[in-house]
Write a protein that binds this ligand. Structure first.
Ligand SMILES: O=C(O)c1ccccc1NCC(=O)[C@H](O)[C@H](O)COP(=O)(O)O
Length: 210
């Protein structure tokens, strides 16, 4: 069993990102979608994020243009972009030689056509991410039925996301024993308020999941 990497999403403070890096967290996510309560906006200066090392920086976008995504990637020194809307494979492919591409799929857990959908993105992205389908695009704190992933052929490394919290350690451990999860992605279940993480909770989760 491979130990999955950890991504903490929805960061809005450079100090907390530095703390994540010190804890050994692999990825920090930044929401570039204005409709989110975790919208990074001007809360973190591009130059500050650019010069921060020791953690992979992921920009999260919803139905943005290629130009806007690449501009943000340059301004903030992003290592990867996570496309969380309805971006077509062609758009993803345009970005592929410039930055790592994570395509998010929001699933309900009862999909029958998921394998077909994934196949259409295989040549256009580096990673898949599976999150819960809800009214909001992300950060819902809700889980989907992970067994849909076990029953689907997935030919890319993937992030498991959607409502993972400190109480789910045993469930996660059971799942990763038999499923090749590249990274876990956590967010709202580790917040004091949207965009502000409870670092003690993050720290204990990392320890408990080992
Ligand atoms: O977090 C947001 O507010 C958000 C808004 C719009 C698009 C994506 C968003 N989050 C992306 C993530 O990768 C979250 O970590 C993922 O949705 C899981 O969040 P949660 O269910 O709170 O663990």
């Amino acid at each position: 069993m491979n130990q999955p990497r950890i991504k903490v999403c929805g960061m809005t403070s450079i100090q907390q990102v530095q703390e994540l890096a010190a804890l050994g967290v692999d990825y920090a996510g930044f929401i570039f979608y204005e409709g989110s309560p975790r919208f990074v906006g001007s809360k973190i200066a591009g130059e500050d994020l650019k010069s921060l090392t020791g953690i992979q920086k992921v920009g999260v976008f919803v139905n943005e243009t290629v130009e806007a995504i690449l501009q943000a990637a340059a301004d903030f020194g992003l290592n990867a972009v996570q496309l969380h809307g309805d971006e077509a494979p062609e758009l993803c492919k345009t970005l592929l030689d410039k930055v790592k591409v994570i395509k998010a799929f929001r699933v309900r857990g009862d999909e029958t056509a998921l394998a077909e959908l994934l196949a259409s993105y295989e040549d256009s992205v580096d990673y898949f991410l599976f999150d819960t389908r809800a009214q909001e695009y992300g950060g819902t704190g809700k889980q989907f039925d992970w067994s849909v992933l076990t029953n689907t052929s997935i030919n890319k490394p993937y992030f498991l996301s959607g409502g993972i919290g400190a109480d789910d350690v045993e469930q996660v451990k059971g799942f990763i024993k038999t499923n090749n999860v590249f990274s876990l992605d956590v967010n709202s279940k580790f917040e004091i308020e949207p965009g502000v993480k409870d670092m003690e909770r993050v720290k204990h989760f990392i320890q408990d999941i080992q």
